[in-house]
Ligand binder design. Structure first.
Ligand code: HOZ
Length: 427
């Protein structure tokens, strides 16, 4: 087998549209051919030629314990021996739902899906069905998966590829979605003044992670909660990325805000395909079969996903103190890199929340999509490629987050700082 990247990509493009099964994997924003992965262990990922990288993508967030943790792998193998899908309920699904309701107080009932996109799509339908209203609002640069109603001024691959609104989303449907600037309380107030009585829901990433990392400014989420409650609008927190990333629970646990509905994914599947929607009983009970708002899935609550997810969540629960360590490690990495950039005279703005961060190649501040877009994406691409050559795999887009896992060691952080220092000498 020829193991060069270009060869793999050429072969893939012959049979897979665009050569990838999710757009950002094609590395259009940074150029060159994407690395094809062979395997991963702990904080390291290995390409098909055997080259080792420190992985800061972590499958875009799920692998908080690092890759292939022994207990999770064993749980998946043991479960697989008993069958991999039944299309019938299992006790593992109840255990997962129970763990989620224990971890996140705003969630009284859960419905499991196979992806975050399904969870957010279901949340929107549920909100429309529950309120009897059709309009929804989201925020520019937030990404909630690729369902029609949510693919308006979206982040992630859509921002990376500069696609403002996807063809194929009917205008009639797009018109029902308002997209507002993130962190802008007066735009929010205005939108609610004008459309409040028609809005079924407002969906938000409580820490935006798909236009690069953009934390909420003081008072933004609080105001959002206050105004939605006052106007009968459901508040949906998309915690697909942030759920279990900062604590045993959601970002909402840290700020003490209770949304009406929460979407989860990534970490709760321990690296297997999963999603979940949860929230207030009176809303969740509207889902079929208890209610008449339809949602279904052959692989929903899949046994392999449940075993990987349950094992992961139980490890996180037993290692709750590790989050402080993770935060410290990430803080050290960010501040050392910040120092190096400043010594070199390259302006960067590093936005960080716990173990996720983005180095924006600009002065900053970055507080919404408009400011994120001021970044020097060409310089970012050169930085990315140079770091990759030195064995450090960052997210291949300026508008994504870098993630750190429990498995990243101080030696990994040192090696990354060293790679950054060497990279900046020639950037
Ligand atoms: N939407 C993900 C990044 N925010 C990318 C998923 C993938 O390509 O695996």
């Amino acid at each position: 087998m020829n193991k060069t990247r270009s060869d793999c990509f050429i072969k893939a493009r012959r049979v897979i549209s665009g050569g990838v099964n999710s757009p950002v994997r094609a590395w259009r924003a940074v150029g060159g051919n994407p690395v094809f992965v062979d395997r991963a262990q702990g904080s390291k990922i290995y390409d098909v030629s055997g080259k080792e990288y420190i992985d800061y993508v972590l499958s875009w967030g799920p692998m908080i314990l690092g890759h292939a943790p022994a207990k999770v792998t064993a749980a998946i193998c043991n479960t697989a021996k008993k069958g991999t899908s039944f299309g019938a309920p299992t006790q593992a699904e109840t255990q997962m739902a129970k763990l989620i309701t224990e971890a996140i107080p705003s969630i009284q009932l859960v419905r499991l899906t196979s992806s975050g996109t399904e969870a957010t799509m279901t949340a929107i339908r549920l909100a429309r069905g529950f309120t009897g209203r059709n309009m929804i609002a989201k925020f520019d640069g937030c990404y909630h998966g690729h369902s029609d109603s949510l693919l308006i001024k979206a982040g992630s691959g859509v921002a990376t590829l500069g696609i403002p609104d996807s063809p194929g989303v009917p205008k009639e449907l797009a018109r029902l979605t308002l997209s507002l600037p993130y962190n802008d309380i007066s735009a929010l107030e205005k939108a609610i003044d004008t459309h409040g009585s028609n809005l079924a829901a407002i969906i938000v990433e409580p820490v935006a992670g798909n236009m690069g990392v953009v934390p909420p400014q003081k008072g933004f989420l609080e105001k959002l909660r206050e105004l939605t409650a006052k106007n009968g609008i459901l508040l949906i927190f998309d915690e697909v990325i942030t759920g279990f990333r900062f604590t045993f629970g959601g970002y909402q646990n840290l700020i003490g805000i209770k949304p009406d509905l929460t979407c989860l994914g990534k970490i709760i599947g321990g690296g297997m395909p999963v999603g979940a929607i949860g929230g207030k009983k009176e809303i969740m009970e509207k889902l079929a079969p208890a209610g008449d708002i339809y949602q279904a899935g052959t692989l929903s609550g899949n046994p392999l996903a449940m075993s990987a997810g349950l094992t992961t969540l139980n490890i996180i629960k037993s290692k709750i103190n590790s989050f402080a360590l993770l935060d410290k490690k990430t803080e050290r990495l960010c501040s050392e890199m910040e120092k190096l950039f400043s010594e070199k005279g390259i302006p960067v703005c590093i936005n960080r929340c716990g173990s996720m961060f983005t180095i924006f190649f600009q002065q900053g501040p970055v507080y919404d999509l408009k400011t994120a877009k001021k970044s020097d994406t060409a310089l970012f691409a050169r930085f990315f490629q140079a770091m990759l050559k030195k064995g450090v795999w960052l997210a291949p887009s300026q508008f994504e987050s870098v993630f750190i896992s429990f498995a990243h060691t101080n030696a990994d952080i040192d090696q990354t700082i060293d790679a950054c220092s060497k990279t900046l000498k020639n950037l």
